[in-house]
Design a protein around this ligand. Structure first.
Ligand code: MIC
Ligand code: SF4
Length: 651
């Protein structure tokens, strides 16, 4: 039997286990990426375990999320990351070089390799035929330290893209269509592999748009074959030497498949507040937009922005709309400048932002009260724009441009002869200039580097060993699809505390329940109840770390998003699973629950929970690997790593 791409890459990187089993495997990690929100954690872990350097082919710290440095907390973080990169032999991508996933595709992504990234949109590099997986900073630090990455062998979902997109319909519409069909939970436990006659018409940046949002589908990652299109892109980046051909064997099998006819698609829109609430742009009626943003790691390629500029050319931005455009990287920005695209955009009334995440995560361009923001980014969760009353709609660059002109969400085919967009392509040769990418130094030079901190960079809080008994009240009972943005929202004012846990913790669940922090503190120890897909969204490990800091001992949910479950384990919070919906229904906030003999209980897959308040006992599952049981047993991954290092030193 032939192999699919996922099986080929996993097999060639296998360190432990069997990829055909249901048991956890360990694979080696070739590359890692972190950024200014997640890299601090990773660097603190490197420091706390006394690391001398990284064991990967390339590890990169990108400064791309919070780049405005509204106060020194932010610039201290940047300096800490830069000096840590210098200390540990890590590439440092300076602010202005671009969004991590964009620059990673340009500069590092390689077919057949494994990338572990401390960001949930790491799958973007799957556009180049690599397995690019998102995880928390702590897991990525383990990857940098040569510990590999652990995962349950995934199911492989083959999404067959047949035919060719019509002009005015874009890769973003493909990804929104998949979300419409399979939902934000459709990819749970799977890697999505793309194939079909249509992929030959999709450039690497278009493939990147689709791979990028496989995390929104709940998938581990998404991967495209490495073919002539990949080769052309790598030639244009002056690194064709990194190309290898990589395809699924003809007789490869998949766990599931889904066929999408690209020529049947129309411009689509994800409506508030989930990326899978998708409708046709033409069917929306009059949705008045206050702001439009063309950018983010999903849709800020050269061709994306040129298409938007063509639609806007000779017209003006609607008087009630604020249009901002953020190119994905310095490379894209320079090409747009060279080709006069930026001046066309400025002429139309667009404001040009720096090459960074910015509005996507509420860092700038926060919509007004009850405002409507139309964005080419990937998430429209409540509160993510920095304003809990705003509504965010996700669209393609073409739809965004049309909307900026009319002031209402608009199908681009109604305002422009979209056949004129068909010839717009990526450049044959990009300008490769790495002046904002600092290369790692030789090992001898690294020893003398001082890692510079600042008053806002506080030591990582540690937790003790696992409690013998958990007797704790329910502090919060939540529904389905709770996102990490619900747990700890974005926005410049909040994210500036990323390295200061006591301050950052004050914002935990601040939009969902402003009384949460006070109540959690008063309770001392507590438990959170969740529904399906708890912790979907970002890799933000603070969504586990802050609850740990506030005394949360366990979460009991119907199911979990993979990265968040990994993060809960890393921070020693029990990720327990309801065995029945009835058990979920019977619980109320403030019920006091008890788990006896926890160290022994976590060794088994079923745990008894006593509801002391209501006087009954129910069973929950703990579906984790033996390795994860050891980590939980030690009170989290930091304790586990320390114990491991100490026992090595003592033996
Ligand atoms: C996001 O898009 O939510 C982020 C901000 O890039 C996060 C990273 C973080 O929260 O630190 C992600 O996607 O993982
Ligand atoms: Fe940055 Fe937004 Fe992409 Fe996250 S989703 S990496 S915040 S651009």
């Amino acid at each position: 039997m032939g192999m699919n791409i996922t099986q080929k890459i996993l097999k060639s990187h296998l360190l432990e286990g069997d990829i055909n089993s249901k048991e956890q495997i360990t694979v080696s990690v070739d590359q890692t990426l972190c950024h200014d929100l997640t890299g601090i954690m990773a660097a603190q872990v490197m420091e706390s375990v006394g690391a001398k350097g990284v064991y990967t082919e390339a590890s990169v710290f990108y400064c791309d999320h919070n780049t405005i440095a509204a106060d020194s907390a932010n610039s201290d973080d940047h300096r800490y990351l830069k000096t840590s990169a210098e200390k540990y032999g890590i590439y440092f991508s300076k602010p202005g070089n671009g969004i991590c996933h964009f620059v990673h595709c340009q500069q590092f992504a390689k077919p057949g390799k494994i990338l572990l990234g401390a960001d949930s949109h790491t799958p973007t590099s799957g556009a180049l035929g690599m397995l690019a997986i998102g995880s928390g900073g702590l897991s990525v630090a383990k990857g940098m330290l040569g510990e590999g990455f652990k995962l349950i062998p995934p199911k492989v979902l083959n999404i067959v893209l047949n035919g060719q997109l019509n002009p005015g319909v874009s890769a973003k519409d493909v990804t929104l269509e998949i979300l419409r069909l399979i939902s934000v939970k459709g990819g749970l436990g799977s890697i999505i592999e793309f194939s079909g006659t249509g992929i030959q018409y999709l450039s690497v940046p278009q493939r990147a748009t689709i791979a990028n949002m496989t995390i929104e589908m709940g998938a581990i990652t998404g991967v495209f074959p490495s073919d002539d299109i990949t080769k052309k892109y790598l030639e244009a980046q002056d690194r064709v030497g990194d190309w290898i051909e990589l395809r699924a064997d003809e007789d490869a099998s998949y766990d599931e498949s889904l066929v999408i006819e690209l020529d049947k698609l129309e411009p689509l829109v994800a409506k508030p507040h989930m990326p899978d609430i998708v409708d046709k742009a033409s069917a929306l009626g009059d949705v008045k937009a206050h702001s439009v943003f063309i950018g983010s790691c999903t849709n800020a390629s050269y061709a994306d922005i040129v298409k938007a500029s063509k639609i806007l050319k000779g017209k003006k931005v609607h008087k009630d709309v604020d249009l901002t455009v953020g190119p994905g990287s310095k490379q894209v920005f320079e090409q747009l400048l060279k080709d006069g695209v930026i001046s066309d955009l400025v002429d139309s009334g667009a404001r040009i932002l720096e090459n960074a995440c910015g509005p996507c995560i509420g860092i700038g361009q926060v919509p007004p009260e009850n405002g409507v923001a139309v964005r080419t980014s990937n998430r429209n969760f409540m509160g993510r724009s920095g304003n809990n009353s705003a509504s965010v709609y996700l669209v393609s660059p073409e739809t965004a441009a049309a909307t900026a002109i009319t002031g209402f969400i608009t199908d681009p085919r109604t305002v422009y002869d979209v056949s004129l967009l068909a010839s717009i392509e990526e450049p044959d040769m990009y300008k490769v200039d790495n002046c904002l990418l600092i290369e790692p130094q030789a090992e001898e030079a690294r020893a003398s580097v001082d890692v510079l901190t600042g008053p806002n960079i506080q030591p990582l809080p540690m937790r003790g060993v696992l409690d013998k008994t958990i007797e704790a009240g329910i502090v919060l009972k939540l529904g389905d699809n709770i996102t990490t943005d619900d747990i700890i929202p974005g926005g410049a004012n909040i994210l500036k505390y990323i390295a200061n846990i006591p301050e950052f913790a004050k914002y935990t669940f601040c939009y969902t329940d402003p009384t949460f922090v006070k109540r959690a503190e008063d309770m001392g120890s507590s438990i959170i109840i969740g529904g399906e897909n708890y912790g979907q969204g970002s890799s933000r490990e603070h969504a586990a770390l802050l609850p740990m800091f506030l005394g949360i001992k366990a979460v009991i949910a119907k199911s979990y998003a993979r990265i968040h479950k990994e993060n809960l384990i890393n921070y020693g919070i029990l990720p327990l699973v309801f065995r029945s919906n009835e058990d979920y229904d019977k619980l109320d906030a403030e019920d006091v629950l008890k788990i006896a003999d926890v160290p022994n209980a976590v060794k088994k897959s079923t745990i008894q929970v006593e509801n002391i308040t209501k006087g009954y006992t129910f069973e929950v599952g703990i579906e984790i690997s033996d390795y994860d049981r050891d980590v939980i047993h030690d009170g989290g991954a930091l304790n586990y790593l320390r114990n491991k290092i100490n026992s090595k030193t003592n033996s």
